[in-house]
Design a protein around this ligand. Structure first.
Ligand SMILES: Cc1cc2nc3c(=O)[nH]c(=O)nc-3n(C[C@H](O)[C@H](O)[C@H](O)COP(=O)(O)O)c2cc1C
Length: 342
């Protein structure tokens, strides 16, 4: 299996019981769930409603970042508000213009909130509920969209239906949606959600959260919608996770200030190389990679370089989870903050 897909599966299999996908699939709302600890902050679950609304298949959406639904008229300021909320690990509710797979734009109320681990206060996932905003409310020349955006076809292209085949219809719709001068659907003006959409988003989020909470009770790795405990030292925030995720090399971060100097970040490439799941290495000392033939003098060299806060490069025999060995060219380097502190 593709290694990213494996990480995505683990993202759900570790905190929740196997019932989770089925239970989420029964919810009628449009929503997606992302994991900030995986490189690229991908979507790890997309509801049936969301797939219908966006026109994408599940395979096309899983593993992608939510920004694939943005387009030329998506307001960059709104996107910045979402980015800030993710960085600060808090909820956000904004009116957002997105594009379906066929290029048709649609307005929605984007309601996003983090889900935390109850024990350690870490962000486990982000959940976003996308409630389409009916343009009927706006009375802008009679354009109206049905809940899933499909009404666009009827209303916008009703009159030209007999003249064009369906492929050209798609193309025409795409071109029109990209054409800023188009009078058909006024996407310049922000479409605002009303109380109905707001209530619907909040209810949907609560329903999703109760499924996640219930499924986490079955694994004993409880999640909750509010941060119940402050993450301890060594916590790698969502924004740092997302930034580190852009680095494609195999590497880990260890925190020298914590007892036994545990790994606090492991890159996707490191997990691929060693065969471990993320939760199997986070919180553990790097010695999980050592085995019977690992050279003790090289281990001393590493220890010394940590104690003296100096960089070092060694060649060391390491072991994967399946106990197969590999030669590891290990480069160790201290990371300091602006004031020079390790
Ligand atoms: C759970 C979740 C779902 C998201 N879904 C969407 C979406 O449907 N449409 C969209 O335009 N952005 C969505 N986003 C936002 C983008 O993924 C991204 O965070 C945003 O564009 C800001 O990041 P950037 O600066 O890298 O673009 C979602 C984010 C999260 C956390």
């Amino acid at each position: 299996m593709d290694s990213k897909l494996r990480l995505i599966q683990q993202s759900f299999n570790t905190p929740y019981s196997e019932l989770v996908r089925e239970a989420l699939d029964e919810l009628p709302d449009n929503f997606t769930i992302t994991d900030p600890s995986i490189s690229g902050h991908p979507i790890v679950f997309a509801s049936r409603g969301f797939l219908k609304m966006s026109g994408y298949s599940r395979e096309e959406v899983i593993g992608q970042n939510g920004k694939i639904f943005q387009g030329p008229k998506t307001n960059p300021r709104t996107v910045m508000e979402i980015r800030e909320a993710i960085r600060e690990e808090r909820g956000v509710e904004v009116n957002l213009l997105n594009y379906r797979k066929d290029g048709a734009p649609f307005w929605m109320l984007f309601h996003m909130r983090p889900v935390f681990g109850k024990e350690d206060g870490r962000v486990i996932h982000f959940v976003a509920v996308q409630v389409p905003i009916s343009t009927k409310q706006r009375r802008n020349g009679g354009v109206s969209l049905s809940e899933d955006g499909s009404g666009l076809n009827e209303i916008v292209f009703g009159s030209c239906r007999r003249e064009v085949d369906s492929d050209s219809l798609l193309e025409l719709r795409r071109v029109l949606s990209l054409d800023s001068g188009s009078k058909v659907l006024d996407i310049e003006e922000t479409c605002k959600a009303g109380e109905f959409e707001e209530r619907r988003a909040a209810t949907a989020f609560n329903n999703i959260l109760s499924v996640l909470t219930h499924c986490s009770e079955l694994t004993g790795r409880l999640v909750c919608g509010k941060r119940c405990s402050v993450p301890g030292p060594g916590y790698v925030s969502s924004s740092l996770n997302i930034s580190l995720g852009r680095i494609k090399q195999s590497f880990v971060l260890i925190d020298p200030h914590l007892p036994d100097m545990p790994i606090v970040y492991a890159s996707d490439a490191f997990l691929r190389l060693t065969g471990y799941d993320r939760h199997e290495v986070l919180g553990h000392n790097f010695r999980v990679l050592n085995g019977v033939d690992t050279d003790t003098s090289t281990l001393h060299q590493i220890k010394e370089s940590i104690q003296t806060e100096q960089a070092c490069t060694v060649r060391i025999l390491s072991y994967r989870k399946d106990k197969s060995s590999f030669w590891n060219r290990l480069h160790l380097s201290p990371v300091r903050n602006a004031s020079g502190k390790l």
